[in-house]
Design a protein around this ligand. Structure first.
Ligand code: SF4
Length: 99
């Protein structure tokens, strides 16, 4: 079940960590997420907004793998998680299903 998809799209959350904190469901590994140090970067870019700044932060994040695994496990449908956009995570899921 997607956590972000539970109505968080109507919040001001800019990172996965912010979004999950609103529900008191932030996993411990998110404390080490580099996105927490970059409040200027949106990890839930608006339509037409680039996701590249978020991906650049993720590329240097120590918990990138676990973040991506979490998003895939919870079927997160919004935002950049583990360096991948929604579309990229969907493609990865399809690839994994096909193999
Ligand atoms: S991989 Fe990206 S979204 Fe996930 S915790 Fe790290 S910086 Fe944040």
């Amino acid at each position: 079940m997607a956590i972000y998809g539970e109505g968080l799209g109507r919040t001001e959350a800019r990172t996965a960590s912010d979004a999950l904190e609103l529900f008191g469901r932030r996993p411990r590994w998110m404390r080490d997420g580099l996105c927490r140090e970059h409040p200027e970067v949106s990890f839930f870019p608006a339509l037409g907004e680039s996701s590249e700044p978020a991906k650049a932060v993720c590329a240097r994040c120590l918990v990138r793998d676990v973040c991506l695994a979490f998003a895939l496990e919870h079927d997160e449908r919004h935002g950049v998680w583990g360096g991948l956009s929604t579309r990229e995570r969907t493609a990865l899921r399809r690839l994994r299903r096909a193999s």
